[in-house]
Design a protein around this ligand. Structure first.
Ligand SMILES: [Zn+2]
Length: 373
């Protein structure tokens, strides 16, 4: 973060931090249009740090002028059928709005104070323009994400999504930074981006200079059309770290039990050399992934880099952890309908310490806590 943006950021924090105490969160439904996107929450000295869910998806099909896009192949994907059923969503002309209402309500009735809400950039062609028809399967515009955050400042914080192949990447980084984003998501396998390519170094450097943390998808991907899995290798994030930024490896480089790829060893190795490398534990409590979270907990040297994330709407499943939890805990988690709360409670029950849930707030304010917990 340069001096100017840090000063601006701290000014906004000063204006908002008074209302951010534990248990005293504003619960406004909407904000006046002239109110800027709220800056990331920062607890005042002496207050309990905020619990954040660092990995939550905004979703839509374009209802109500949101600008979201979903390809026909993505609509036929088994996950689309499964998740719309799970969330009781229908293509009723207001699906985008129903999704936001359900998510906002889930956060409000959970133990989590804020969630980082992710946009999702498209694929781009060789000239740096969006390829809408051939290769883009999902698109959630930054503009729409900022609007949803502005309308629900009590629950959402912005996570922009920028494909570094777009010809206007620099303007988009600046635009998103000025609107209050401190986190940028890149999804290499769906965006057709190899993070190791030298041509992305100026993008990484600029994000670092603007105080934007970069989050990359790592590990297996089964929910969307992908180019290949090699671009999900944690080792390929080294150029982004070398350019001075903070980097989060989403999903810790892990996969389902049947996946052949496993980039968790690469995460552990890279974390030894780069103190600004973190990872999130999102999606790792879902079915087929019962080995993932215990493996993290059995690697003490890495726990100090862990950040809580759910990957909503993908549901945590306590049943697969039956051998590690008391039967009554499994039963109550299976009965928990709130997916944000279920993911949080399950990770607490498995042994993730409180620092993992508050580390994200520290990171957003440039004060990361790496204390081993
Ligand atoms: Zn995700």
């Amino acid at each position: 973060m340069n001096a100017h943006s840090r000063r601006h950021f701290l000014q906004v924090l000063g204006a908002t931090s008074g209302a951010l105490g534990f248990g005293s969160l504003p619960r406004a439904q909407s904000a006046p249009a002239e109110v800027p996107t709220p800056a990331p929450a920062h607890p005042a000295p002496g207050q309990t740090p905020l619990r954040l869910d660092f990995h939550v998806h905004l979703f839509g099909v374009g209802d109500g002028g949101t600008g979201c896009r979903l390809s026909d192949s993505q609509r036929r994907h088994v996950n689309y059928f499964y998740l719309t059923k799970l969330l009781s969503l229908a293509e009723n002309g207001r699906m985008d709005q129903d999704y936001v209402a359900l998510l906002a309500q889930s956060v409000r009735t959970s133990s989590i104070q804020r969630v980082l809400l992710q946009a999702w950039d498209s694929r781009y062609d060789e000239t740096g323009l969006p390829d809408w028809t051939r290769t883009t399967s999902l698109y959630i515009p930054n503009e729409y994400m900022f609007r949803v955050v502005r309308e629900h400042p009590d629950v959402f914080l912005p996570c922009a999504s920028i494909n570094p192949k777009r010809r206007d990447w620099k303007e988009e980084v600046d635009r998103c930074a000025e609107k209050g984003a401190r986190l940028v998501k890149v999804h290499p396998p769906t965006m057709d981006v190899d993070p190791r390519e030298p041509r992305f170094r100026p993008f990484y450097r600029h994000c670092a200079e603007r105080g934007m943390t970069l989050m990359f998808h790592t590990g297996a991907e089964h929910a969307a059309d992908i180019v290949n899995t090699e671009v999900c290798d944690v080792a390929r994030l080294e150029p982004a770290l070398e350019e001075g930024g903070t980097v989060i490896a989403a999903h810790a480089g892990m996969g389902n039990f049947f996946d052949r790829v496993d980039y968790f060893p690469a995460l552990v190795e890279l974390a030894r050399r780069h103190p600004r490398l973190y990872f999130d534990n999102s999606v790792l409590a879902t079915m087929f992934r019962w080995r993932n979270l215990p493996r993290i907990l059995d690697t003490p040297e890495i726990i100090g880099r862990a950040i809580h994330g759910s990957d909503f709407p993908f549901p945590a499943n306590a049943a697969v952890f039956w051998s590690r939890l008391p039967p009554a805990t499994v039963t109550s988690l299976l009965e928990e309908r709130n997916l944000i709360e279920r993911d949080y409670q399950l990770k607490r029950a498995l042994g993730f310490p409180e620092a993992v849930f508050t580390r994200g707030a520290d990171l957003l304010t440039g004060n990361p806590s790496r204390k081993p917990v």
